[in-house]
Each structure stands twice: as C-alpha cells, then as structure tokens.
Design a protein. Sequence first.
Length: 202
Amino acid sequence: MQRAESDYQGGISIAILVQKAIQSESSGVAFSADPISLDTDRVQIEGILGILPNPIPATINPDIYKVDKDDLHISEKNILEQDKMFIRRGRGNAGDEPVIEVNISCEWKRKQKLDDHSIKQLAETLIQLENLYKHPVEAQWVYETNKLYITDLRELIQIQLPGTELAQQVVKEVDLPTLEKELPSLDEVVEQVEQQTAKSAK
C-alpha cells in the first residue's frame, strides 16, 4: 500500500531483524514508588542473579533496594541468598531449551545483585520516567558488562493519583529501543513517547 501510494518503482527487498540476546548478569524489576506501601518518596528496585524468569520460582527471592528520591540515598538494602539462576544456553542442538538453570557458587550466593552506582543510576532513570509520564512507573531491567538496559516499561497501576482515570484504562506499555544501547536518556524517551503519541492521534 505504501509503495503504491508513493509510486515506488524500485526493487523489493526483505529486511532481516537481528536482535542482541543479552546474557544477564543480573536482572529484575524496578518501581518509581513502593508497590506495597504506595510510598511515592522512594524508588524500589528488586534484583536477582541471571535472567529474570516469568514467573519467578518461589525458591528465588530477589534483593530489595530502596532509594530516596530527593538525594538518591540508598536507604535500605535487603540482600538475600540465591542458590540457582537462569542463563542462556548459548550454542546447542535443535530443540534444546534456550534458557537453563544452573547452581550458583558459594561465594556468589550472598552477592549483592546490583552495585550501588547502578542502583542509583537506575533509580534516577525511574524518577525521570515518572516525571515524564506524570505517574509512577514500573520497569524491567537487565545488567550486563557494566551496562544497564530497560526491556519493558509500564504505568504502575497500583497507584491512582487524583485526577487520573488509570483504573479504567488498559495498562500502557512503551516499547523502548534499549536492547542496543544503555539506559535511554530523558530526551530519547521523550522522542519515543512523542512518536507513539503522534501515531495514536492518526
């Protein structure tokens, strides 16, 4: 349809999408407000070693970090022991499961899942996203080789602010082009949201 409308006369080619598969050193979810107490003054980050499975087995309990929004002070850390984690298999035979469960060595079982600098970086990004959407947000994150990635973003529907109608809306999911780059800057997120808003208006 687009080729016909634009009177395109060239050849037709096939596009091949190549997407990077991240080998997560750690991963988890983050909330720009406490999802349980509904405290909007702190960011809550949960993390585990390896890939974040869906759903998370009851045998894996994530670390929980809480960060004060006003000064990015890490006010609380709850580091829990983790015995097993999920990783990508790498090369294998046809039909093999792409993700496997492995044991964690003794010295890594009590390891903090995300270092303090990355905790603050992730918290700052969640605050930026909350300010952009003017509502608390929930994000899935991945950490690999000193880089953080956001792989999913949505509104935190547990919290309904005055003047909003979120209870009557479907949760909005935002596809962020982050699998090939680090955490998006505020300008990149604004541009992405503007593009989606323009498409919705058509």
